[in-house]
Ligand binder design. Structure first.
Ligand code: KIV
Ligand code: ZN
Length: 385
């Protein structure tokens, strides 16, 4: 099994979600939970972006012991110096420095030629590696960069001291096939690539962030960047919980594992949702309220016979107590009888049939039939008898 490092960026890219603003104590609370979850690296913020973020990164770097803590910096001397001040007290000082690499970003955003970008990247990595023991360099917008240019700049930043090379799909544009090709191409065309860890960082604009992350892992990424609940800029980042559980459930296929304590997933998701004030959609994979809820009679019947008929993830694996059978108009007799038994039903077949029919009528009138409703139906029928 290959070991994949989980780089969590909930506190940096995740906090870039529109409308999200975490204060220092909220960031620290999330950082402690990420440490319990077992992320290898957490990106605590962007120290040069504000005084508050600087203090928060510094506090997290001084507190967290079992995960490596990092902070973002542009390829600018003052950003790197500020990041050093914020992170120097951490157990293993680590920086994340980036510069844009696609033609559109270099021309319009940076107003620099490709050669000037290479020069700035090399200078920034040299400065960073004179201070930090771990230097991650990111090729922003890598998925829209030209591959020969990427190969050239990556070789040079490795020579300058980078230890991790991250290749972001900054605008969520790529596909699993293309990202696989990018990783394979760079493994073949960057002479020093074996000296570093390759990393993947994907956005979800076309809903492919998790698939792209998994494809990158299959093609050589040893680090995956993600956020809890997939929060982040625009449509968000690759969801940590989905990647972690996919790797675990499909070990046979990916042959890769993380060191995460998966049963902390639900708690982490709920904490981030509450503090970021971003509700988790009910149908969200792994952590949505409906992820382990079964409604139709056919599924409920299967579940009551053998849970593996309709559940590929056990709820306990991710810290959810148990799966649930939701009673609604699609429910069948099997699950309904089970529920009545749980409520103390001791009637005969005819009474059961009467209650079942009354329940189906009620389902056509009400969105949700509660346990209290069932109890009333049951007592009415039993008293009439
Ligand atoms: O999406 C992106 O390109 C980023 C970089 C700063 C790594 O978040
Ligand atoms: Zn990003």
């Amino acid at each position: 099994m290959r070991k994949i490092n989980v780089f969590d960026t909930t506190l940096r890219d995740g906090e870039q979600s529109a409308g999200v603003n975490l204060n220092a104590s909220e960031k620290l609370e999330i950082a402690k939970q990420l440490e319990r979850l077992g992320v290898d690296i957490m990106e605590a913020g962007f120290p040069a972006s504000s005084k508050g973020d600087f203090q928060s990164v510094q506090q997290i770097a001084r507190t967290i012991k079992n995960s490596s803590v990092t902070g973002l910096a542009r390829a600018v001397e003052s950003d790197i110096n500020t990041a050093w001040e914020a992170l120097k007290d951490s157990a293993e000082p680590r920086i994340h420095v980036f510069i844009a690499t696609s033609p559109i970003h270099m021309q319009y955003k940076l107003n620099l030629t490709p050669d000037q970008v290479v020069e700035k990247a090399v200078q920034s990595v040299k400065l960073a590696s004179s201070k930090f023991s771990q230097v991650q360099w990111s090729a922003e917008d890598a998925s829209r960069a030209e591959l020969p240019f990427l190969a050239r700049i990556i070789e040079q930043v490795i020579q300058a001291g980078a230890t991790v090379i991250n290749l972001p799909d900054t605008v969520g544009f790529t596909t699993p096939h293309e990202i696989g090709h990018m990783f394979s191409y760079l493994k073949e065309h960057v002479p020093s690539i074996d000296k570093v860890i390759m990393s993947t960082h994907n956005h979800n604009d076309l809903g492919m962030a998790v698939s792209n992350s998994l494809a990158a892992i299959q093609n050589g990424a040893g680090q995956v960047e993600c956020t809890v609940n997939g929060i982040g800029e625009r449509a968000g980042n690759a969801a940590l919980e989905e990647i972690a559980v996919a790797l675990n459930i499909r070990k046979d296929y990916y042959q890769a594992e993380t060191r995460l304590t998966l049963k902390e997933i639900k708690r982490t998701s709920s904490l981030v949702s509450k503090l970021a004030n971003m509700p988790v959609p009910g149908n969200k994979a792994v952590v949505g309220a409906n992820a382990f809820a079964h409604e139709s009679g056919i599924h409920q019947d299967g579940m009551l016979k053998n849970k593996e008929t309709y559940e590929i993830i056990t709820p306990e694996l991710v810290g959810v107590n148990e799966s649930s059978m939701v009673l609604g108009k699609h429910s069948g007799r099997h699950a309904f009888k089970d529920k009545l038994d749980e409520l103390g039903f001791d009637g005969d077949k005819t009474q059961f049939q009467q209650i079942f029919e009354a329940f189906k009528d009620l389902c056509d009138k009400k969105k949700e039939v509660t346990e209290d409703d069932l109890f009333s139906l049951m007592t009415e029928t039993m008293t009439d008898a």
